[in-house]
Design a protein around this ligand. Structure first.
Ligand code: ATP
Ligand code: MG
Length: 568
């Protein structure tokens, strides 16, 4: 028996127990069952990683199955995007890519079997009537007037439904269970509806489609899934799935529910994400402010960071909202190890080093990643005119401001110490447009042989060598941490952050980035992690800020630890 390498949780405990008792003959087989009606998001990543890593840890199998039961909302675009995103996350379904729609014939035959058993009937009530007959949590439902149709009549009508004789919405096939059942899902749920709509995977073969409830459990059964892991909202569908499988007398997987992922400042409902795209509040599904997998990818997230996040949050039985700063913390942990440091100036201020010879260029050593010596050293050109960050100069420095100001000395990262001698202002606006500085030739590499202390170190780029770039900075798309907890009458779209995207043009990056390709990630020293955007063209670099360097979560964690240490 394989042993899990991951920290254990209630789901893995259940699986280990099933392995001990031999419930599934020692097999573990999981799946990720997306409905191809939207793009995958970070919540789906939790489900994918959970199912895939469980299969892996226990030496089992993992399927990708499209639960494609509603052609009205599904499309090939979504199917392809899901495949790409699951693959990018690193979950490998080998050759087991399946579709619930490939089981439609089997599902149809099983429906016929239920009709023959007197356990399903064709109902002529409209959708509204069905809802009205259904009753409420406090009131039992009423039997449909069509409930007692004979088996023969039901078989005939169901066959004619399939043959396309009836218009959309005119009839359904329903399970015959109990209209007074305390669980509303058991009150004669609909199994088939008529929809004269072609299907993205099976074309125009069908004009009746199974409901998700009728398709899902049987699809898991057909695939021999041992543990049908799903989110909590399916807990009260479980009795129905059990009922179907028992009536049919077929292989019965074990369903286990866990709490879905919610994140602060984020909406994860497909309906709401679609709304953002349709109403053009974002540029598309991959807008780097979206919580979709492809948006995270474009923003610069790595699969490793997402895995680390999912491992860190674990799984629980209780719904909760995870602080988005934890996700960012995991991202920084990964990028800190893997991203090369470079220098880039987002809001350039021109600096002329008056005592540096005109036309001279020096190539100085810069360490690529202090966390990883194996990443080596690169050469950065230094010359008489450089750019520094506007923010790294103040005419009147506030207390504890250790960067540049008139008469002050500062260290240029990897280069020299410079002193500000003169400030050039725009005659009309009074704006600072240039600094005149001198450098100390004895401080090459930023060292001070005389031992003098210089607190501030700032980044810079050589003006003659710098490559222009556009940089896009992001903030959360929403201004409130718990958008899903708004009262009914409040429109969540009123809380869209108008400043979630800031585009900086005229940025200057060091020349080693000239040929950077979309998807490449860097740390811009002191500014954060950045990723080359697919909008980049040769000669027109575009970067997304993936995440800032400031790690609030690490601070919180540290203060928690010291608090705990302080406790007697
Ligand atoms: P909808 O918004 O239509 O309810 P969904 O997000 O549930 O859609 P599915 O395609 O049905 O989308 O999801 C596929 C799988 O991902 C399901 O097993 C579902 O339980 C799981 N899943 C979806 N959202 C989350 C989430 N936020 N956290 C964890 N798992 C999720
Ligand atoms: Mg769903």
């Amino acid at each position: 028996m394989a042993k899990p390498t991951e920290p254990t949780d209630f789901i893995r405990e259940i699986i280990m127990e099933d392995l001990r008792t031999g419930r599934f003959g020692g097999r573990v087989h999981t799946r990720f069952p997306p409905e191809p009606n939207g793009y995958l998001h970070i919540g789906h990543a939790k489900a994918i990683i959970l199912n895939y890593s469980i299969a892996k840890e226990f030496g089992g199998k993992f399927n990708l199955r499209y639960d494609d039961t509603n052609p009205v909302k599904e499309s090939q675009e979504y199917i392809d995007a899901i495949r790409e995103d699951v693959r990018w996350l690193g979950a490998d379904w080998e050759d087991r890519e399946f579709y619930a729609s490939d089981y439609f014939e089997q599902l149809y035959q099983w429906a016929v079997q239920l009709i023959k058993m007197g356990k399903a009937y064709v109902c002529d009530l409209s959708a509204d009537e069905i809802r009205e007959y259904r009753g409420t949590l406090t009131q039992p439902g009423r039997n449909s007037p069509y409930r007692d149709r004979s088996v023969e009549e039901n078989l005939d009508l169901f066959a004619r439904m399939r043959a396309g004789e009836f218009p959309d919405g005119s009839r359904t096939l329903r399970a015959k269970i109990d209209m007074a059942h305390p669980n509303l899902n058991m009150r004669d749920p609909v199994m088939y509806r008529i929809l004269h709509v072609p299907h993205p995977h099976v074309g125009d073969k069908w004009c009746i489609y199974p409901t998700y409830d009728w398709a899902h459990g049987q699809s898991d059964s057909i695939e021999g899934i041992t543990h049908s892991i799903c989110t909590l909202e399916f807990e009260n569908h479980r009795p129905l799935y059990d009922w179907f499988l028992e009536q049919l007398g077929i292989y019965h997987p074990r369903q286990i529910e866990f709490a879905r992922l919610n994140l602060t400042y984020t909406v994860l409902s497909k309906r709401k994400l679609l709304q953002l795209v349709r109403e053009k509040l974002v540029s598309g599904w991959d807008d780097p402010r979206m919580p979709t997998i492809r948006a995270l990818r474009r923003r610069g997230y790595t699969p490793e960071a997402i895995w680390l996040f999912c491992r860190t949050i674990g799984v629980a039985k209780q719904d909760s909202v995870v602080d988005i700063q934890l996700l960012e913390h995991c991202l920084r942990q990964d990028l800190n190890k893997s991203a090369q440091r470079v220098m880039a100036v987002l809001r350039p201020l021109r600096v002329v080093i008056e005592n540096y010879p005109e036309g001279q260029v020096e190539y100085l050593d810069a360490v690529n990643n202090p966390e990883d010596p194996a990443m080596g050293v690169r050469k950065v050109p230094f010359s008489r005119v450089i750019y520094i960050e506007q923010d790294d100069f103040r005419l009147v420095p506030p207390p504890k401001y250790y960067r540049l100001s008139p008469g002050r000395e500062v260290r240029l990262r990897w280069a020299y110490l410079i002193t500000c001698r003169e400030v050039v202002k725009d005659a009309a606006t009074g704006e600072v447009v240039e600094l005149r500085c001198t450098y100390d030739p004895a401080t090459r590499g930023g060292n001070t042989p005389d031992g003098r202390k210089v607190k501030g170190t700032i980044h810079w780029v050589s003006a003659a060598h710098a490559v222009p770039a556009e940089v896009r900075l992001y903030d959360y798309l929403l201004t409130i941490p718990y958008p899903d907890e708004l009262p009914e009458e409040e429109n969540w779209l009123n809380y869209i952050n108008p400043n979630s995207l800031q585009v900086l043009t005229g940025c200057m990056v060091e020349p080693s980035l000239a040929a950077a390709q979309p998807g490449e990630r860097f740390q811009f020293e002191r500014l954060g992690y950045f990723c080359v955007d697919p909008d980049s063209r040769p000669g027109r670099l575009v970067f997304n800020r993936t995440v800032t360097l400031k790690d609030t979560w690490a601070k919180i964690e540290k203060s928690l630890q010291t608090q705990q240490a302080d406790e007697p």
